[in-house]
Design a protein around this ligand. Sequence first.
Ligand SMILES: [Zn+2]
Length: 422
Amino acid sequence: MKTHNGTVVIRNGQLIDGNGGPPVPNAIVVAVDGRITWAGPAAAAPPVPPDATVIDAAGGSILPGLVEAHFHPTYFNVAALEDLDIKYPVEYVTLLAAANARLALECGYTSARSGGSLFNIDVWLKQAIENDICSGPRLAASGREICGVGGLMDWNPDFRRIGMDGLVLLINGPTEARAAVRKLVKDGVEWVKTYPTGDAAAPDTNDHHTLCMTFEEMHAVVATAHNHGLKVTGHCRATEGIRNALKAGYDAVEHGTFMDQECLDLLLARNVPCVPALYFEYASIQRGPEFGMSQRVIDGHQETLDGGAESARMILKAGGCLGMGGDYGFAWNPHGDYARELTFFVKYVGFSPLEVLTCATKNGAKLLGRSHEIGTVEPGKLADLLVVPGDPLQDITVLERRHDFIAVVQGGLVRAGTAKNQ
Ligand SMILES: [Zn+2]
């Protein structure tokens, strides 16, 4: 991805650097050739060269670019789970994914970690973004997901003679699990996304307390992925599924809904990050009836939301690593609403805005495996920044109002915000 040539100075705002400490009032951030060279109080800042590009934060806040840690670029705001597979041809879904990526960047998300993608689109979307063909967050790609036959993501009836070719690789046993990972190795993914457990969306055969994969299958996935330098994560709601994932050597856990003490101990022992992705559940409860969701499914989402919120509090309190991502891409939880996850964590889960911002920046970078480059505002790192009016530590909802953003900066380049047109 190209970076800015020359010096960029962002001034006249408080700095929230992503490390979780108190904000620095009246700060200045300096970036040279796309990398941060100085960040701190204005009074101690080095002199600004006359040809520098100056961005006025107008008394607002300067923070690291946000990280969407559970991003589905190919989900096109679908109203039914079944539509997620091959409702549209790959050509059209690719265009939709590019539009979603641009939107995420405009929303202040300068990086994202894919949580599963149709076809192999996110791998090539990542490439296109890296090569400046289209704009979007720096991506960690996961391609298609892996699920046991008959599990949550295996909904096409056999008589149609299509598997779930667009969305998931279906497996029976460790041998097929290994074969699926090898396919993904060839596809070029970084993260292997699996389905250890079911979900409230499938109350009849694979609800949120059931499994979709065996421990042996999960272990085969991890051994094969790690051999090829890939990381493994999974949709983990049921307690047994979380435990299996952690014992099998998973590198992250999505949702971590029904944690118990043993799961927490396993999680902390290897400092495995967890992405609760709760706004999807909240939106399902709030807007499910509008979209014909049955009361049974809505009740399941409520149980999931309560369990997920409790587990998130438990992990935070124990000093674990949480990332922020909201499973956006459904009609009731559309792309563009990403920062509502952050608001939800402040208003309903009880995190402080500073804790949420650390999860959404520094921890997100860790999830991407790019802590050395992004996630905090520190000298040496890429100048991926978000400049907003107001103070998200007082009112987290300022991060939801993308049209008011002053600047979304990637590698020192202003990609969006009111400063882009100045
Ligand atoms: Zn997801």
